[in-house]
Design a protein around this ligand. Structure first.
Ligand SMILES: *Cc1c(COP(=O)(O)O)cnc(C)c1O
Length: 437
């Protein structure tokens, strides 16, 4: 086929070309799920090229916390573009990155003092794991190269991140042999207020007794396991893990990529517990969902430990500390500072609890639960995403289920009536489109 560039294609031609050329996340190239052409987005609404407007229940994978097209973040980006869009971070530094690192340190628990910027959540997890290994190497314990983690976790799609994702709903089977075998323990028992049974702690203690000499870190999503099952658990579990990690010389790594920046009603999910991790990853909502950026924060102990005997941390992405991304993040964090977060997220939790309550009466539904600005309807069996997605679009909402889970993670600016519409759509689609099994 000759290479041609057409100036104008029709909407349908664009969608057809998309099918021929583009990979979308987790989709078949031969039988792709439908993809909708977006023309515009503002606040909590996404407008398609065909003119249809959808209420957004997803915050574009939990990142667009202030809504789309926010004037403050738009202005920050435009202003930074006129200064410079990028310079290498080796040998240069700039105010957007310095300001952002300083903000992150002041927002997070006090022991976290040092910041490494990277391009995406998965990479920030790679960086966290490398930091842990390098730290123990510098302390004369080069055998500590493995990680322990609960099942049902999700930490990203790159190789080391994959190795600590849930071994069943992660991709371990497919990449068996290519992915490092790590140590898995039972997922934390669900229930924010349910006391944690001793057997869960004993299991981890036993693992640490047997394998602690080879374990560099314990990695976990604090309080909410997200893509691995939308599971909420008691923050006291984290307090107990912290004590075990201290006892066995294992670094504690929190992956706050999904929970960070207010999603659970506190600035970080860590704040529901009494403790602080040694290393913490943030991403997703960091730039208000504008541009990809992530950060790995750590303590003086870890950072200086790595460097004390002349060591340097071995990582340096090309676009490290990208000024545009930092400018967007600085603007997003200043917007976040204006929220009464607990009140706002508490309100969203109440509205979602009400809007999703009726779903529990449906036979297809196993559980309905809300925590912070996360609302979950768990079905008795997995949905066919290919068939269900268009039904939500017909209802005028953007909700993207996966597996047994239909969930909402809306922008923080969403209104009560928009949440009611999302709730009604979920109820209708389950009732009318999902077979009872
Ligand atoms: C999304 C996510 C990641 C991966 O982030 P990417 O930016 O998609 O690479 C890692 N951990 C958690 C908890 C996430 O939700």
């Amino acid at each position: 086929m000759a290479f041609t560039m057409q100036d104008t294609l029709t909407q349908l031609e664009y969608i057809e070309l998309d099918k021929q050329r583009l990979w979308h996340p987790y989709t078949s190239m031969s039988a792709p799920t439908p993809h909708y052409l977006v023309e515009h987005a503002s606040e909590c609404e996404i407008t398609l090229a065909n003119g249809q407007t959808l209420i957004d229940g997803m915050s574009s994978w939990w990142s667009v916390i202030h809504g789309y097209n926010h004037p403050t973040i738009n202005a920050a980006l435009k202003s930074q573009i006129d200064d410079f869009s990028h310079v290498m971070f080796g040998g240069f530094t700039h105010k957007p990155a310095i300001d952002l690192a300083n903000k992150l340190v002041s927002m997070t628990p006090e022991p976290l003092q040092r910041v490494f910027f990277s391009d995406s959540g998965s990479v920030s997890v790679e960086v966290a794991l490398k930091m842990a290994i390098q730290y123990w190497h510098s302390q004369g314990q080069p055998n500590k190269q493995f990680f322990a983690t609960p099942k049902s976790g999700y930490h990203g799609d790159t190789f080391a991140a994959m190795s600590v994702c849930d071994p069943e709903n992660g991709m371990h089977n497919l990449f068996n042999g290519a992915v490092t075998e790590q140590y898995f323990v039972s997922p934390p028992p669900t229930g924010i207020e349910k006391p944690v049974k001793e057997e869960y702690i004993d299991e981890i203690r036993q693992l640490f007794i047997e394998k602690g000499q080879t374990i560099a870190g314990f990695i976990i999503e604090p309080v909410v396991q997200n893509a691995g099952g939308m599971r909420f658990y008691n923050p006291d579990y984290l307090n107990r893990i912290r004590a075990l990690c201290d006892e066995f010389n294992i670094l504690l790594i929190f992956d706050e990529i999904a929970t960070g920046f207010g999603r659970t009603g506190k600035l970080f999910a860590t704040n529901h517990s009494a403790i602080c991790p040694d290393i913490m990853c943030v991403g997703k909502a960091l730039t208000g969902g504008y541009i990809t950026l992530a950060a790995t924060l750590t303590t003086d102990k870890v950072a200086l430990g790595i460097s004390d005997k002349g060591g340097v941390f071995m990582h340096g992405p090309t676009f490290m500390g990208n000024p545009l991304a930092c400018a967007a993040a600085n603007a997003s964090l200043s917007l976040l500072a204006n929220y009464d977060l607990e009140k706002r997220i508490g309100q969203i939790e109440q509205w979602m609890t009400k809007a999703l309550a009726d779903c529990i009466e449906l036979e297809q539904v196993a559980d309905v639960r809300c925590f912070g600005a996360i609302g979950v309807v768990e079905l008795t069996s997995a949905v066919n995403q290919h068939e269900i997605q268009p039904k939500f679009v017909e209802q005028g909402v953007w909700v993207r289920p996966f597996g047994k889970l239909i969930y909402l993670m809306p922008p923080y600016i969403i209104s009560e009536s928009q949440i009611e519409t999302l709730g009604r759509a979920i109820y209708q689609v389950i009732r009318n489109e999902i077979p009872i099994n």
